[in-house]
Ligand binder design. Structure first.
Ligand SMILES: [Zn+2]
Length: 399
């Protein structure tokens, strides 16, 4: 079913109207959106309709959710946490495909119909995590689009064979090359970045780098990334995730860095972390830097928190940045929806005729109130197909 008429819905919290989806695309909104014989019609109950949430950074292969509670014993160093995860994953009773499928269905139920997932690649894992996530996607493809980042979580230059496996991952379904803390993990910032830019440039892939490195070191590495993006003509294909260094930098020092990021077309994703300073997303966006928020690590060996709900994440951003006016709250919502779509360059995203027939219905008064109250999503539609209802995944064959 890719034709659907939604009646009594309020696009972006406007007046109540109808939305007609034909062949998976929005055909009409308003008076032209009429019923006809045989057309599936759903009363939206006066709910607000918005374009879907975008989950721009998650780790589908790491999720432990659904298994017995995992008590995290935080090891002292990043390296120890990485090794800790490898050990724990050897003992899990569920496969990558089972765990990834569970998280994908949860993301859809919360209203995200596009996911960018990092997937660990290493000589130990080989491409098993990639294959597991792709297997899970076979059962959810009708509900969610997926982009996979080949992610060298265990290190790249220090783990011989990883570079070759990351390149191989691009031939088997990944479309983005990942990177991680070029100085602290591989101990060679230029070597690490040269290796990932080389693969991405040759294979016409995008890049998404985990950059946790703080202060001057992180800013120095952002400079190296910008240099390479411009030299290789890869502007707008590069994302730096986390970029805590942008949260550390004094405000007056940020002006040239914002210009550099905008000019090099480098986007920034933040998970809005707890106690760590994070990039000033609204300020960056105002200066032309593409920004979005995402869940990142949740309910895994790294982090006990999170539920894959991007509306929660928008609320968290609004809380951490003291959004109080309606305008500010709506700007927080945009960071989990349209700014995410813009950052990932999603074609057909939006709530206008001609766009994909994908949307989320949320009962509420207005968009600002929805961010504060975070109501359950009453309906999630992907290209005309109902994929979740009342906060629950709907199986493909359900009526
Ligand atoms: Zn991550």
């Amino acid at each position: 079913m890719t034709d659907l008429l939604l009646t009594n819905v309020r696009p972006n919290a406007g007046a109540s109207t109808n939305i007609l989806i034909e062949k998976g695309r929005i055909a009409a909104i308003g008076d032209q959106a009429r019923s006809r014989a045989g057309l599936k019609t759903v009363d939206g109950g006066n709910a607000i309709a918005i374009a879907p949430f975008v989950e721009a950074h998650v780790h589908l292969d790491k999720i432990l959710w659904g298994l017995p509670w995992h008590s995290i014993k935080v090891p002292g160093t990043l390296r120890a946490m990485i090794d800790n995860e490898v050990d724990i994953r050897k003992t899990l009773p569920w496969s990558v495909a089972e765990r990834a499928g569970n998280l994908m269905r949860q993301c859809v139920a919360m209203g995200s119909t596009h996911i960018r997932s990092h997937v660990d690649i290493s000589p130990g894992y080989k491409l098993d995590n990639l294959h597991g996530v792709l297997e899970a996607w076979e059962g959810t493809k009708h509900a969610v689009d997926l982009e996979i980042v080949a992610f060298p979580q265990l290190g790249m230059l220090i783990e011989p064979g990883t570079v070759e496996l990351m390149e191989a991952a691009l031939d088997e379904g990944a479309t983005v090359i990942g990177g991680i803390d070029p100085a602290n993990i591989d101990g060679d910032p230029r070597g690490h970045l040269d290796a990932i830019f080389d693969i991405a440039h040759r294979k016409q892939a995008k890049i998404d780098i985990h950059l946790h490195e703080r202060g001057e070191l992180g800013l120095f590495e952002l400079g190296l990334i910008a240099e390479r993006a411009k030299a290789l003509g890869m502007q707008d294909k590069i994302i730096v995730s986390h970029a805590f260094c942008l949260g550390d930098a004094p405000y007056e020092e940020l002006a040239p860095i914002k210009d550099m990021l905008a000019e090099a077309g480098i986007g920034i994703i933040s998970a809005v972390p707890g106690e760590i300073p994070f990039p000033p997303l609204f300020d960056l966006a105002e200066h032309g830097v593409r920004c979005a928020i995402a869940s990142d690590s949740l309910r895994d060996t790294w982090n006990p928190h999170g539920n894959g709900d991007m509306l929660e994440r928008c609320w968290l951003l609004s809380w951490r940045t003291n959004c109080r006016t309606d305008e500010e709250l709506i700007a927080a919502l945009d960071m989990g929806t349209k700014r995410g779509a813009d950052l990932l360059d999603l074609k057909g995203y939006g709530l206008e005729p001609g766009c994909d027939g994908s949307l989320v219905l949320i009962p509420g008064e207005n968009l600002a109130q929805v961010v504060v109250d975070r109501p359950k999503r009453s309906l999630v539609v992907k290209r005309g197909r109902i994929v979740a209802r009342d906060g629950n995944w709907v199986d493909i064959d359900a009526p």
